[in-house]
Design a protein around this ligand. Structure first.
Ligand code: ATP
Ligand code: MG
Length: 432
């Protein structure tokens, strides 16, 4: 018979394997707790949305919409659909659709997979995950600053302190009329140096000249460096907003640098924009990006309301933790149940269920194996203790509790009556 061909997963889309899932779950729980500490509530939107949502929300002349979206026609009904490349547009859609702002501002958070057709490399995947925050209906710099304090707190809660923590860069993109005045000056500047512009820049000159500033083409370094700066076009209100954010950061000792070249890759930002960057992950060092998007809700058909948010790339955050500060995580198993002798299976199942009734995490050995090989499995399982049920124990209605590691607080092997065993184990493991 011909060998059956194996099917492998889609390129750039990863499996999260058990060796890594513990760290992911820990990160997720830390993040959720910090977000809750600031009054954010979770929202979950579908992974598929109408294509028009992202085209309108993110902007036609952005990398994402131009070349990174997984878009297809639903063969069953002809709808144009897109796998979400980011979640702000979708959250805004949901907020408008359900009129969530009818009774005032909302603080929302989400976590989930995003999809971009990029060239896969370290820190850049076609399916990746984001934690995100959207604060809707609040205009002041206080909420921008609060989000930065929250992210700073999150790094600390993950053990990313000192030079392990990502560094913060902020900038102001000002108001629409200020950006337009800057845009005119930019077009003029680039037009007067048209001969050094590459094809991408030529194309963007009139559609999105700001994106030219993002170019990595060394031949354009000089013309980009000498381009007019948006900060020279900011009016009093925009300056005051940025000063308000900086003031809070200063008073709370959160370090940052102002990067006048920081523009971000999506169209909807105004005023505050920021990125948290690490130098420890090579080229894909931006762990978190965000800012204010005061006109998006209106642009998507809702009543005008200001907004501010950010997204954290989970793969990059986990990679940073693995690189500099991997936490010591408990295996999450209290008991590995070892049993042998005729009829031991029924007694083992019953005792495992008794332990679980008492709130213990139990893995029962399944299948026949020697005591030695079961003990080896128990050791590998990471459980705090092994509970042994042999013929001898069962005859006397006891179990033997054998400590496997010091962290559990157990010191020596002991025989305990079966009926008391779950409570005794809980006590020994300091779970009570
Ligand atoms: P980059 O400049 O690295 O392409 P971006 O500006 O496209 O990032 P955002 O759209 O702001 O990124 O998304 C926020 C965060 O999501 C990024 O800072 C990054 O941590 C993460 N991220 C974005 N794209 C990817 C990807 N393809 N794979 C893994 N993480 C990603
Ligand atoms: Mg990108």
């Amino acid at each position: 018979m011909a060998a059956v061909q194996k099917i492998v997963g889609v390129k750039g889309m990863n499996d999260l394997l058990p060796e890594q899932s513990g760290l992911w779950e820990w990160v997720e729980s830390q993040v959720a707790e910090v977000f809750r500490q600031y009054g954010y509530r979770a929202i979950r939107t579908p992974i598929l949305e109408p294509t028009a949502l992202f085209v309108r929300g993110i902007g036609e002349v952005t990398d994402i919409v131009e070349k990174e979206m997984y878009t297809f026609t639903d063969a069953l009904n002809g709808e144009q659909l897109t796998l979400r490349p980011e979640n702000t547009a979708a959250v805004v859609r949901s907020v408008i659709e359900h009129n969530l702002l009818y009774d005032g501002p909302k603080r929302l958070w989400y976590v989930g997979p995003m999809f971009r057709h990029e060239r896969p490399q370290r820190g850049r995947y076609r399916q990746f995950h984001q934690f995100g925050i959207e604060a809707l209906g609040m205009p002041g710099p206080d909420v921008d600053a609060e989000q930065l304090l929250m992210i700073d707190r999150l790094w600390k809660s993950l053990g990313l302190t000192g030079d392990h923590a990502p560094r913060l860069e902020i900038n102001s993109l000002g108001a629409l009329d200020e950006r337009q005045a800057h845009r005119r000056a930019l077009i003029e500047h680039f037009q007067s140096h048209a001969s050094v512009l590459d094809a991408d820049a030529q194309r963007r000159l009139h559609s999105n000249p700001l994106r030219i500033l993002d170019s990595k083409n060394p031949a354009m370094r000089a013309v980009i460096d000498s381009a007019p700066l948006l900060q020279d076009f900011l009016g009093d209100a925009s300056r005051a907003h940025l000063a308000g954010v900086r003031d809070t950061l200063d008073r709370h000792g959160v370090g940052y640098s102002v990067n006048p070249r920081l523009v971000r890759g999506l169209d909807y930002y105004n005023l505050t924009v920021f990125e948290w960057i690490t130098d420890r992950l090579g080229a894909q060092g931006t762990v978190c990006g965000g800012g204010r998007y005061d006109s998006l809700i209106e642009q998507m058909g809702g009543s005008p309301a200001p907004a501010c948010g950010f997204a954290i790339g989970v793969e990059r955050l986990v990679a940073l933790l693995e690189e500099v500060a991997p936490p010591a995580l408990a295996a999450g198993l209290d008991v590995y149940l070892v049993h042998w002798g005729s009829g031991s299976m029924a007694a083992a199942v019953a005792f495992s269920e008794q332990c679980r009734d008492a709130g213990l995490r139990v893995q029962m050995h399944c299948g026949e194996a020697s005591l030695k090989s079961q003990m080896k499995k128990a050791d590998q399982s990471g459980a705090c203790c092994a509970v042994l049920m042999g013929e001898d124990e069962r005859a006397q209605n006891v179990v033997t509790v054998k400590p496997l590691r010091a962290e559990g607080g157990l010191v020596q092997q002991d025989r305990v009556p079966i009926s008391d065993a779950p409570a005794v184990i809980r006590g020994l493991l300091k779970l009570v």
